[in-house]
Every structure is written in C-alpha cells, then in structure tokens.
Design a protein around this ligand. Structure first.
Ligand code: ATP
Ligand code: MG
Ligand code: MG
Ligand code: MG
Length: 580
C-alpha cells in the first residue's frame, strides 16, 4: 500500500473521552471512529487488523473440524420465546418490530437460530458430532458501553455451536475447542490464561473463559502460582459462597459474639483447641463446596466456620475435624434437612439442641451443620448476610482479594494470586438447555429418539484487537505482534518526491516485497521524516526501513524493529534477504 493513497488518519492529541490506552491508540492511529455510543466504524487500517484476527480464528476453527455458516443478525421473537429467553434475557436484547408488527431482536448470540436449523437438518447420530461456526456481528445493548471496541454494543464475534449424541462426544469436542482456542491466542502472541468459569445462567456443566492479562481488564481472575488452578472471580467466589450466593469470605474465621458482633475469642472444641487452629485448618482458600457451620462459643456466642467440603485438600484437613463435625457436616442440604427435620436455615442452634441433635460435643460448643445462624427473615442461608448486616459493611471484590491472595490453592500447590483480565473467549458445555426446549433430537444407534447435547464457543474477535493493544504498546504507540500487524513492514523513503535514486530503490523494494506476499506500507507522502517516523511508531508496524540518499551512496539502508531503540545498517544488496 502506498501511504499517499491510503487513509492514514493519525491524530496527535489524546482523545479526552478515551479511558484506556487501547481505545486512545485505536483512535490516534486512525483504526476506528465512533458513530454513537458503542457503535464504531473500522477504518481501513483498523479493518486490516480485524481481518487478521478473523483469519487466524477461522483457520483454527476449520482445523478443529468446525464448518462455517453465516446467520442473520436479526432474529424472530418466536425462537426466543421457544427457548424462554425472550422474557428473561433482559435489556441487552434489542427488540424491534417490522412493518407487519412482527417482533424481532438484533442477535446478541445465536443458540436459538442454530438449534432451529439443526433440529431440521440433523436426523441421525451418524451426522454427529457436528460443529458450526460463524464470524458475525452481534448487538448487545450494554448498560455501559466503554473502552471503545472492548465493550461495544455492536461487535464482531466468532460463535460456534456443537451438537452431540451424548456427553462423551461433547466432552471430546469441548477439549478440541479448548485446544483450538489456546492455538488461536498463541498465534496472536497474547499473554492469556484459561480460567474456570461459572456456567451460571446459561446452564450446563463446564465452562472456561480465556482472559488476556491486562491491568485495564474488567474482570478479576484468580490463579495459582504453582499449579494449573485458574478461575474467574465469580467462579472463585462461587466457591467461596454459600448455596444461596452469599459471600463467605468472613465466615472462614468469623466469630460472632452473643451481641452479634465479630469477636476473636477462641472456642474449645474436641480435636480443635482454638479458633486459630480451626481457622488454620479451614482458611485454605475458596474451594469446592462451602459449608458454613456454627459453633456455639464458650460465652454462648456463635462462631461461624466454613468447611469447604469436597475438595481434596480440604477433605484431608477436614478429616481432622471429623469427630467434631460429624458426617452431617459433609452432607448436602437435603441430607441435613432429613437429619434435623427441617430446612437448614429455618432454625437456630437452640432449636437444634431442643431437637436433641447429637452434635453437642461439649458443654460449651455445639456444632451445627447449618448454613446459617437462622436469623435471616426469609429463612435463607445467611450467616454472612447476618455478618454483613451486623458489621454494617458490604463485601467487595477487594475483601475477597484479601482473603484469597496468598492462600494456598485449592489443589494444594502454589499460592493464589488475583490479576485483571479481559475476557476474549468463552466456551460452554450447554448440555440440553436449548435442544430440550426446542426439541432438537436425532435417532441414536438403537433407533431411539434422543435430545442432542450441545456446546457453544465464543470469541470476541473485535475485542481481541483492543486487548492486544493493551498488552503491546509504549509511549510512542502500538507495538503489534507480527500476526496482527496491519502492515508488517513500512518503508520510509526520505526525500521521495525529489530524489530519483531514493524513489527508484524504494519503489523497487516495495514491489519485490509485495511480490513475496508481505504487507508493506510505502510511506511516499510528502511529509517530514519526523512525521513519518512518528506515524510508523504510532501504527505499530513491526519492521521499519529508512531509505535516504546518504545511505544509498554507501550502499546502505537503515532498519529498525518497532521494539528497538537503535537503527541497524543493512547492505542494499542484502536488503531483501534480511527482511525475509
Ligand atoms: P462480558 O463478560 O465482557 O460482558 P460476556 O461474558 O457477556 O462478556 P459472552 O456471551 O461469553 O460474553 O460472548 C463471547 C465473547 O464475546 C466474550 O468472551 C467477549 O470476548 C465477546 N464480547 C462480549 N460482549 C462484548 C462486547 N460488548 N463488546 C465486545 N466484545 C464482547
Ligand atoms: Mg456481557
Ligand atoms: Mg463474561
Ligand atoms: Mg462470557
């Protein structure tokens, strides 16, 4: 590309309303322009980068055996009513009516449409597994569109949907997609982590998010220094919350005295001599299942304990508490309910005692397998809500950070750390949520009709561009990883307009590099060298070649890598070789 005929729309001023560096640099480099809140136009230079991401994603999807389709952006309400999401998706769903007053939405995702297709197209297990992907524009009416294309309302997503005859097949494809995602982010040279995520509202049994590590990220991710453990904060929290979603950070060691205030006295419990010891035993990290226990302290106060049950590390620790905590403590709500004859949470320690529950382990300590002090009005499991209310504070991510940072990890290896991440990908085992609701089934080997099992896999193609800049920039501008650069080589001829040797050499090198398939930008603009250098740095082009009369007289041109601070001289004869 010749810069004189290309829209180099660089800006010197840092845009005032752009909070994060990627947004600033994308505007300054002339990659995008805002149309309205969360709506952006990709200018030629930005689009080149977007297309590179797209190409890598497409390539890896095809390698993973997914087939490309393209579904419409506008979707009929009927499909969403069928899945049940028309009424519960919320305000991110942009609804509209056509001239016949029929209802539609602008697709924020495509589970309904693909499931509708595949219930018609797929009939037999022999056609499965099948995986379909598209790279397509989504619309989500985000409450707070911000950070440019990072959290836009209209954005480009790669979404894929897989169909299976059974769980094993889904598990296999999920693994393949996990690997494909890793390959994509490797090829993009991004520093990322795959973390366990909550499958929450979408349902399903497993989910991972892929996060690009960056301080500007909107998400907290928790991971271990010494092992594979990594989870997003919701998942880590989910591990640290009770079954009703209440935070349990305090309850690890919280001691509520008889007046309902936190206190630090120890209690005596057989096998555990002090609250400190209990804390030490239990304060390992958020982990699999949180069971909050109440221990009636010496003065009649309550000590809230968290037994994080079914994790291996905790299970080992928990063994030491076995005699104290009794098998009931490891049981789930239903078991407890059966044992104590009423819903946990609906009674307090006194009524437990009155019922003669054999958990009183000594005169001063009653260990009660409850999730709650039983004091919440609605009878919910609310030890921590109580605590929150008593202490009069809200829990924040920072509180959780204080609790988990530096803790051993759930798997007993390394210590936990929290970092900020940008969610660039998300994979889900959906199970039969959509196929069941929409009756998408096939005949299995025995000729029996079975509802298909599904997976879904998203990548924020446009968000990746911003995320890459968050990780790769300096004061002068963007530093593109080679795979993403809009141009990989920029040729900067000095005095191009007037010097015949410079012009001839530059044009020649430009043609030869292009013929070899390189994305080259020849900066033939009638601008001062300073302007060209500054633009080349702002645009983040990895390789820069400067061609001037003085150098050519000595058969030399100057080369500099975007990351370097020094020029290198290259012999003219060797230029092509060197750049390849
Ligand atoms: P977020 O938590 O950031 O709102 P999400 O969990 O709602 O994202 P998914 O439904 O998992 O998003 O969609 C798949 C991918 O689409 C996300 O991992 C992200 O990379 C991208 N994405 C989602 N929302 C946006 C947005 N508003 N702007 C740009 N990319 C987005
Ligand atoms: Mg979202
Ligand atoms: Mg998310
Ligand atoms: Mg997500």
């Amino acid at each position: 590309m010749k810069a004189s005929q290309y829209l180099i729309a660089t800006q010197k001023e840092t845009p005032a309303d752009a909070e994060v560096i990627s947004h600033q640099l994308m505007l300054k480099a002339g990659m995008i322009r805002k149309v309205a809140a969360g709506l952006y136009t990709w200018l030629p230079l930005g689009l080149r980068v977007l297309r590179k991401v797209e190409a890598i994603v497409r390539d890896e999807m095809e390698k993973a055996g997914a087939q490309e389709v393209l579904m419409p952006g506008i979707q009929p309400a009927e499909l969403w009513q069928e899945s049940g999401r028309w009424s519960n998706f919320g305000d991110e769903l942009l609804r509209l009516k056509d001239r016949h007053q029929r209802e539609f939405c602008v697709g924020p995702t495509h589970e309904e449409v693909i499931t509708d297709h595949m219930r018609n197209e797929l009939h037999s297990y022999k056609q499965l597994p099948a995986n379909f992907f598209q790279i397509q524009t989504k619309f989500r009416d985000e409450r707070r569109p911000r950070f440019g294309v990072m959290r836009a309302r209209e954005f480009l997503m790669k979404d894929a949907y897989s169909f299976h005859v059974d769980q094993q097949s889904l598990d296999d494809t999920y693994d393949i997609m996990y690997q494909a995602y890793s390959a994509i982010f490797d090829r993009l040279s991004l520093r990322y982590r795959a973390v366990q995520a909550d499958s929450g509202s979408i349902g399903g049994s497993a989910s991972h998010e892929f996060h690009v590590l960056a301080d500007s990220g909107e998400d907290d991710i928790v991971f271990s220094s010494g092992s594979e453990y990594a989870a997003n904060i919701e998942k880590a929290e989910a591990l640290a919350v009770g079954p009703e979603g209440e935070l349990c950070t305090d309850a690890f060691t919280g001691h509520i005295d008889s007046s309902g205030m936190p206190a630090a006295e120890s209690v005596s419990t057989p096998g555990v001599s002090s609250i400190d010891e209990v804390s030490k035993l239990l304060n390992v990290s958020p982990s699999a299942t949180v069971k909050t226990l109440l221990v009636e302290g010496a003065e009649g106060g309550l000590v809230a304990l968290c037994l994080r049950g079914d994790h291996s590390l905790n299970a080992v620790k928990a063994e030491k508490l076995d005699e104290v905590l009794t098998p009931l403590t490891m049981a789930d709500e239903a078991v407890i309910e059966k044992a104590i004859g009423c819903k946990p949470g609906s009674i307090g320690p006194q009524s437990l005692k009155a019922k003669g529950i054999p958990l009183i382990v000594d005169r001063s300590a009653a260990v009660i397998p409850l999730f709650t002090a039983g004091a919440n009005e609605e009878g919910r499991h609310c030890t921590n809500l109580n605590w929150k209310r008593d202490v009069g504070e809200d829990f924040t991510v920072a509180d959780i950070r204080n609790v988990v940072s530096g803790d051993p990890s759930p798997d007993g290896k390394g210590t936990l750390d929290i970092k900020r991440g940008i969610e660039v990908g998300h994979i889900f085992k959906l199970g039969d949520k959509y196929s069941q609701a929409m009756n998408a089934s096939v005949l299995n080997e025995n000729g029996k009709k079975v509802v298909m099992t599904m997976g879904c896999y998203g990548i924020g193609v446009s968000r990746i561009v911003a995320a890459a800049i968050e990780q790769n920039h300096d004061e002068a501008g963007i530093i593109w990883p080679e795979a993403l650069a809009p141009f990989t080589i920029v040729l900067i001829p000095l005095n191009y307009q007037k010097s015949e040797p410079v012009r001839t050499f530059s044009d020649d090198l430009y043609s030869q590099l292009r013929a070899r398939g390189y994305d080259v930008l020849l900066d033939d603009r009638n601008e001062r060298p300073g302007v060209k250098f500054a633009d080349a740095e702002l645009l983040g082009i990895p390789h820069r070649v400067t061609i001037g009369d003085r150098g050519l007289a000595e058969n030399e041109i100057e080369y500099r890598q975007r990351n370097d601070t020094e020029n290198r001289s290259i012999a003219v004869d060797n230029a092509l070789n060197f750049l390849q």
